[in-house]
Design a protein around this ligand. Structure first.
Ligand SMILES: O=C(O)CCC(=O)C(=O)O
Length: 289
């Protein structure tokens, strides 16, 4: 479903795939002006009901109590799914879906981290951060306003922390303190509305805007391919809330995507423990209502 887009879905070039594999990120435009305006209007209508946030909101917009119906079909966007297939393989399954929202003036700073924050230390395997590890997950940030909040260290997903990173992380693989020294290799991605960044969330990265100069509205998604075993990151959506009544109330494309998620979760009960860790983590880090 991609009503404002009549062209065939994007297909990535070899160079783009290689960039994602080696550098850990790739930027492509996936929404046109009409698509951006439609989603901004839906978010604004939702904000009028929810009120202002003093922190960055991380609203899981596919969950029944937090649903923002007018943006849900972004998970069916043909270009996003085609890029996901080119990066991971067939059987693209939606996993995470949040809306990052903050008004200008909100202070937003995370420490540099890899997305293993939810995993107990003794279960973090150094082999995950190596060239030979098959990482079956991709995250995507799709801003609807100009967004310079995502920073990453290109290529850092394929190696252990280097000396400057180790110096700020200390004896953990997870996260550096928020006031740690800067990383000279850190790259700030400044994205225009409609431009999406697809990234490997084992790269050293962070959300960091300081005091936001302008409002941030960014759709944040995660995908997995059913062709390969899940990583410990698979299991972000709270599938236990997807009742038959809720599914019946959704747009058909969204319903099918969540059904596919449920089928994949049933195939991989081993990720349930990571799901619980992740829900706990979200509550600590963000405003989630
Ligand atoms: O874009 C952001 O604000 C940060 C995203 C992030 O760090 C994450 O999802 O782990």
């Amino acid at each position: 479903m991609n009503p404002s887009h009549a062209l065939p879905p994007i297909v990535l070039s070899e160079e783009e795939r290689a960039q994602f594999l080696e550098q850990g990120y790739l930027v492509r435009r996936v929404l046109d002006e009409a698509g951006i305006a439609r989603y901004v209007a839906a978010v604004e209508a939702d904000r009028r009901e929810r009120g202002d946030a003093q922190r960055m909101s991380n609203l899981q917009f596919l969950q029944p109590a937090k649903a923002i119906r007018g943006i849900q079909d972004v998970i069916c966007n043909a270009d996003i799914l085609a890029i996901g297939r080119d990066l991971l393989g067939e059987g693209i399954i939606i996993d995470g879906a949040s809306l990052f929202y903050a008004e200008a003036g909100v202070d937003y700073r995370q420490g540099w981290h890899r997305d293993v924050l939810q995993v107990p230390d003794d279960q973090v395997d150094p082999a995950w951060f190596s060239e030979s590890y098959h990482y079956n997950y991709v995250q995507m940030n799709l801003p609807l306003t100009v967004d310079g909040c995502l920073w990453l260290v290109p290529g850092s997903h394929r190696r252990a922390l280097n000396a400057p990173e180790r110096a700020i992380f200390g004896n953990t693989e997870k996260m550096a303190p928020v006031d740690a020294a800067e990383l000279a290799d850190g790259l700030q991605l400044v994205l225009q509305p409609g431009e999406a960044v697809f990234y490997n969330n084992y790269t050293v990265h962070r959300g960091y805007g300081g005091t936001l100069a302008q409002r941030r509205i960014t759709v944040h998604l995660g995908f997995h391919s059913s062709q390969y075993p899940p990583t410990c990151h698979f299991g972000v959506l709270d599938h236990t809330e997807y009742t038959l009544d809720y599914l019946a109330s959704l747009d058909p494309g969204v319903r099918e995507a969540l059904r596919a998620h449920l089928v994949e979760r049933a195939r991989h009960p081993e990720v349930n423990v990571f799901h619980a860790y992740h829900q706990q983590f979200l509550k600590q880090e963000f405003k989630t209502t």
